[in-house]
Design a protein. Structure first.
Length: 134
């Protein structure tokens, strides 16, 4: 069993190659009363954590998957989720903001160019198609 930490809600996990590492397990976890979503990828003895995926409070976890988005033979991790800002008259209205993360060594970093392509898309199919375009 994959143990990601105490006091964390862990959704489903996916297994596969991430970056240049093989046999990785990736999971999106939520923690705290702010519903902070974080990606954790464990490859053998190496564990990489994204930190909070976005600056806002998490509303709903969406699908996440592995995809080689730039043809380099290395999978990135795509995480779809909706969020709430918690401020102003629309603070409780959820909005979509998706994340694309790449694993480099033992660190996860955001691919901001890829995120700009799919940031507000609401379906997995649309996001996959948006990332497969050059």
């Amino acid at each position: 069993a994959l143990r990601m930490g105490v006091g964390l809600h862990t959704g489903p996990a996916i297994v596969g190659a991430v970056g240049d590492k093989k046999d990785c397990v990736a999971a999106v976890v939520s923690k705290g009363d702010r519903m902070e979503f974080e990606l954790i990828v464990r490859c053998g003895e190496t564990t990489a954590r994204s930190g909070a995926l976005q600056q806002w409070a998490g509303y709903e976890e969406g699908p996440f998957w592995l995809q080689d988005i730039n043809g380099d033979g290395k999978n990135e991790v795509i995480v779809m989720a909706s969020w709430m800002s918690g401020a102003g008259p629309t603070g409780a209205v959820p909005f979509q903001a998706n994340s694309v993360l790449r694993l480099e060594g033992a660190a996860l970093s955001h691919d901001t160019a890829a995120e700009a392509k799919i940031g507000e898309l609401e379906t997995e199919d649309a996001a996959r198609k948006g990332l497969s375009k050059g």
